[in-house]
Design a protein around this ligand. Structure first.
Ligand SMILES: C[S@@+](CC[C@H](N)C(=O)[O-])C[C@H]1O[C@@H](n2cnc3c(N)ncnc32)[C@H](O)[C@@H]1O
Length: 341
């Protein structure tokens, strides 16, 4: 998590002023993908703050109950709406993170809260139930002087992202992606709009059942966009999981196992080796048939031993993404066997 200097653990970042964004965290060391940058317990959570009529009063009591240093840390956090509304609630709204993707409960993490948003983030946050901590991991190589960034939103083309950031978080995004020169912005927008379409069609379960080769082609096309756009946050393990499901639904244990492995590895980068999601993916790597919708059809039936051995990266990629190609190879083999008999 931290650089070691004379036995003392130092964080690999410092809190600095960042042009146009207020304060932010800036790396002071090289950080490689998968490194834990922050592991932080909440100062407090919003559990129990369920009555909107008394939220500000309840928050005041919660903050008063904290040690002085924690009170100062909370009160110094960014307020999106200074001078308007209720100040403590504003600070919570401006800085809180949910405790997990579908949790209604939020937490205040004073270090993580200093990380600004980027539409092309170099880090990913994840709440660990097991550790009761917010974890932040690098998802790309981060160099000294780089700002640490997280994505506050799901993605999309720049107009959609800007609107969402303004509506939900109240700021005009000045991240590297939103600040691209017009021509590059257009190219990026075209790709990200296409990514959205691909993502929608990959999620269509009827299509997965009827034309899985098209769904897998879409996954491959989406992966290429993520690589071009350098998107390596949680969208990546989710994409590999979609590819896993397509293969598992059609009994292709060989590819399903490889995609589960890729999803697991990408999860570990985003969430660390203790990730519960990564642990459950490990079981699917070993036996894809544990997936609840495994074997809807036997169209691509294979065993985990059908993974090609010693293939070059290129031909392995062709095998992995091209079931049509695999079908041809199998057919050829069958007809050869027939001729020999
Ligand atoms: C959770 S705080 C992040 C830390 C904050 N900059 C600070 O000074 O404590 C979120 C606020 O930071 C600013 N911010 C974050 N990301 C930004 C971005 N990409 N462009 C412009 N402002 C940003 C906005 O004011 C936003 O409301």
């Amino acid at each position: 998590m931290a650089a070691s200097l004379g036995g003392a653990e130092l964080p690999p970042f410092t809190l600095e002023n960042v042009a146009g964004k207020g304060k932010g965290l800036v790396a002071n060391h090289s950080i490689s993908p998968g490194s834990t940058i922050i592991a932080e317990a909440p100062l407090f959570t919003t559990e129990g703050l369920s009555n909107p009529a008394t939220t500000e009063k309840d928050l005041a009591a919660t903050v008063r109950s904290l040690p002085k240093e924690s009170q100062r840390a909370f009160l110094s956090l960014h307020n999106n709406n200074p001078g308007r509304g209720e100040p403590l609630s504003n600070i919570v709204r401006s800085n809180g993170y949910p405790l997990g993707p579908s949790s209604e409960v939020g937490g205040i993490f004073p270090v993580t809260a200093r990380i600004n948003h980027s539409c092309r983030p170099n880090a990913q946050h994840a709440w660990s139930n097991k550790m009761q901590k917010m974890l932040v991991h690098a998802v790309r190589d981060i160099h000294p002087g780089d700002e640490l960034t997280l994505s506050y939103i799901a993605g999309g083309a720049s107009t959609v992202r800007k609107r969402n950031l303004k509506d939900y978080f109240g700021f005009d995004c000045t991240c590297e992606l939103c600040s691209l020169p017009r021509k590059q912005q257009r190219i990026s927008d075209e790709r990200l709009e296409r990514a959205q379409q691909l993502d929608d069609s990959i999620g269509d379960s009827k299509r997965v059942k009827r034309t899985p080769e098209k769904a897998l082609d879409d996954c491959h096309a989406l992966l290429q966009i993520f690589e071009q756009e350098q998107i390596f946050d949680l969208r990546l393990p989710r994409l590999y999981y979609d590819a896993f499901q397509i293969c598992a639904v059609h009994s292709d244990r060989a590819r399903a196992s490889i995609f589960a492995q890729r999803s697991r590895d990408a999860r570990v980068i985003c969430e660390g080796p203790e990730s519960e999601e990564a642990e459950s993916l490990e079981q699917l790597v070993e036996d894809p048939a544990r997936f609840e919708n495994f074997g809807f059809s036997r169209r691509w039936e294979s065993t985990v031993d059908d993974v090609p051995d010693g293939a070059s990266a290129e031909s392995f990629g062709e095998w992995l993404w091209r079931p049509k190609h695999r079908k041809l190879v199998t057919l050829n083999r069958t007809s050869f066997a027939g001729q020999l008999e």
